[in-house]
Design a protein around this ligand. Structure first.
Ligand SMILES: *Cc1c(COP(=O)(O)O)cnc(C)c1O
Length: 365
């Protein structure tokens, strides 16, 4: 049944699957990186060889996402979780308020960090109307034209919902946590003042956090904060103020090269739609045997969440899935159920195999 003999059907939510060709290239280059006689991990981060790797990764991301010139691409550490703090530290000015759109656990974490620094409010929440099953309508967001910024989570990794269109916020900077759907489809970067993403879902291994930030925002930032936590420090130094996570950035660059080779974001988006359809079709044609957590119009193409009729059935489904070699199907520990994470590097064949497994399981039960 397996696609490649030694590769698992990896549906992990993060860290998650990486493209096999990227792993093979890293393996081939590991001991002697491009004639240096050392691995990329052993290079000085001030060497021209490393600098080339670093700048290529930045440029590839700019090309793939069509990032305009007035934006900086930064490689930071501390995960998306540190961004929850850095954003309000830098951009929540005294006397202003920051709006948070609440669509799941990650929005909650972002909001509670921001509370430590200033005034915040909920611009919308889909918690009450059924535990984060949906994305609010763009027109229902409440915010004011003098707010410090508006924050949203573009894909809700745990609940399995995803934004399809983003609000026009005018002069209010729009900030998005895109950790779990960056690079999954084309987006209009111009709508955002800041985009951030931990790398370990669609971009590469954990340890690198990508930040795409509009340059004018850098000038408006608060100044009385630690050097390492200022975006401007990293922007001024091309993300080489201190030692960056060099191996992670190298891997990220290779994942971006792979994404370009397979046709860029339009091709990737098509693949992701095909993959998600395989699983959602198995849910929708099951006559209620499987039921999706997300409202159909808010469904994520990255994290597909569903439940079975009873806890017992769910348990035996998850056990059998594991036995059959499907890894990572258990829902997040906070909400249970089942979750298929079908990030960019998960092959169509893996989704096909899992959707067949779902149909088979239903027949037998
Ligand atoms: C995984 C994830 C995070 C947390 O990322 P870390 O890099 O582990 O801090 C935050 N937001 C979203 C949407 C995520 O999917």
């Amino acid at each position: 049944m397996k696609v490649q003999t030694q590769r698992a059907f990896n549906f992990n939510a993060g860290p998650s699957a990486l493209p096999i060709s990227v792993l093979e290239k890293a393996q081939a280059e590991l001991i002697d990186f491009r004639g240096t006689g050392m691995s990329v991990m052993e290079l000085s981060h001030r060497s021209s060889t490393y600098e080339e790797v670093h700048n290529q990764a930045i440029n590839s991301l700019k090309l793939l996402l069509s990032i305009p010139d007035q934006y900086e691409v930064l490689f930071l550490q501390g995960g998306a979780s540190l961004q929850f703090s850095m954003i309000p530290m830098n951009f929540l000015q005294q006397g202003k308020k920051a709006g948070y759109v609440m669509t799941g656990s990650w929005s909650e974490k972002a909001l509670s960090e921001a509370k430590l620094f200033g005034d915040v409010f909920q611009a919308a929440s889909t918690k009450e109307e059924g535990s984060y099953r949906s994305i609010p309508k763009v027109g229902d967001l409440k915010f004011n034209s003098d707010d410090a910024y508006l924050h949203l989570t573009s894909n809700n990794t745990i609940y399995g919902t995803q934004w399809t269109d983003f609000p026009d916020t005018g002069d209010v900077p729009l900030i998005a946590d895109m950790s779990s759907d960056i690079l999954s489809k084309p987006i209009d970067v111009n709508k955002f003042a800041l985009i951030y993403a931990g790398a370990q879902k669609n971009l590469g291994p954990s340890g690198v956090t990508v930040v795409i930030i509009r340059k004018d925002l850098l000038e408006q930032a608060n100044t009385n904060i630690p050097t390492m936590l200022k975006y401007s420090t990293h922007a001024k130094n091309n993300s080489l103020y201190n030692t960056p996570p060099t191996f992670g950035i190298y891997m990220l660059g290779e994942v971006l090269n792979w994404a370009r080779e397979i046709g860029g974001l339009t091709a990737i988006a098509e693949q992701n739609e095909t993959k998600a359809k395989l699983i959602y079709d198995a849910i929708d044609t099951s006559n209620g045997f499987y039921h999706g957590h997300a409202e159909p119009d808010s469904r994520s193409l990255m994290n597909l969440t569903f439940n079975l009729k009873s806890k017992e059935l769910e348990k035996s489904f998850l056990e059998l899935a594991k036995q059959e070699g499907f890894v990572g199907i258990n829902g997040h520990r906070s909400i249970g159920g089942c979750r298929v994470s079908a990030y960019n590097a998960v092959p169509i064949d893996a989704c096909k195999a899992f959707s067949e497994f779902m149909v088979e399981f239903q027949k037998k039960n």
